[in-house]
Design a protein around this ligand. Sequence first.
Ligand SMILES: C[S@@+](CC[C@H](N)C(=O)[O-])C[C@H]1O[C@@H](n2cnc3c(N)ncnc32)[C@H](O)[C@@H]1O
Length: 328
Amino acid sequence: MSADLASILRCPTCHGGMAEEAGGGFKCLGCGRSFPFTRGVSRFVDPENYADSFGFQWQKYSRTQLDDATKRDSEEDFLKKAGLTPEEVRGKLILDVGCGMGRYAEVATRWGARVVGIDLSAAAEVAARNLADRDFVALQADVFALPFAPESFDIIYSIGVLHHTPDCEQAVKVLPQYLKPGGILAVWLYSAYNKWYRFSDIYRKVTPRMSPRSLHAALRVAVPTFYNLGRGLSVLPLVGRPLAGFVHHLFPVNRNPNPQWRVLDTFDWYAPKYQSKHTYEQVFRWFESCGLEDLRVIETPIAVKGHKPATGARRQQPETVSMELRTP
Ligand SMILES: C[S@@+](CC[C@H](N)C(=O)[O-])C[C@H]1O[C@@H](n2cnc3c(N)ncnc32)[C@H](O)[C@@H]1O
């Protein structure tokens, strides 16, 4: 992997080639900028950025969502949100954009891929630790200033990330240039078709401004309270289920069977500074405007997968979205 990385790394500022320095960092051969290597990760971003809450959550819940001998939740999720199969990824060089603690890179490397994971937050350190024995390298980098040469990767996927940037459309549109001709882009974004989050949007006017520590402490009380209230109400005869649904609408918390997972996913919903929701029509237009083709809707909305033309040639822009879209 380090040989692959050395050949595709470019300075995110001037796009010059990079030379590895003693200690594992990199120096740009063009502008001379240095990129340090600390706690197992090369750093290509300012450590002060908007993704602090993610650094906090992935340091705290470093393995909760990682597959192991007893569970395969991330593998199932990867199939439903990226639509990538073991046959497609085996032997491929893949970029995981916003890798978090590395749950999906764990699946892809288990299936035989070589994966470069980038994340804006300190989560990159956690991914590097979790996948130390895999064909994997983690970099702290920003999707808007990626440190790679064009046409470096066979596959790029980004699951649950780009809607947490200040401009989701631009974040999607920067990615195809890093795909080799014939490469695959797969993204999963929050759905604008769900309506349950309306009340959470009200609470989100406050929650991203709280310190990650205080918000987490509040959710450690609120999540079990509303989860158990909902479950208690749901067993009442006749009115139970509608009442439980009403409480969930009013106070939305994650309902995963694993209590740690519930707090983690609820924190992941309420803490981020940026959060946008999207439709298939939008994402298809963005993919098409970048010349991607063979667009597919994958199982869990909003999940879209497309191919860069094998020749690298851009197709004529279609005027309308070419598929009939199903609103879930
Ligand atoms: C909800 S987490 C998802 C992590 C992982 N994909 C998963 O599903 O477990 C979103 C991740 O996107 C990262 N992120 C947000 N903005 C980013 C950016 N501009 N560049 C790279 N990563 C970013 C965050 O640091 C965070 O780890």
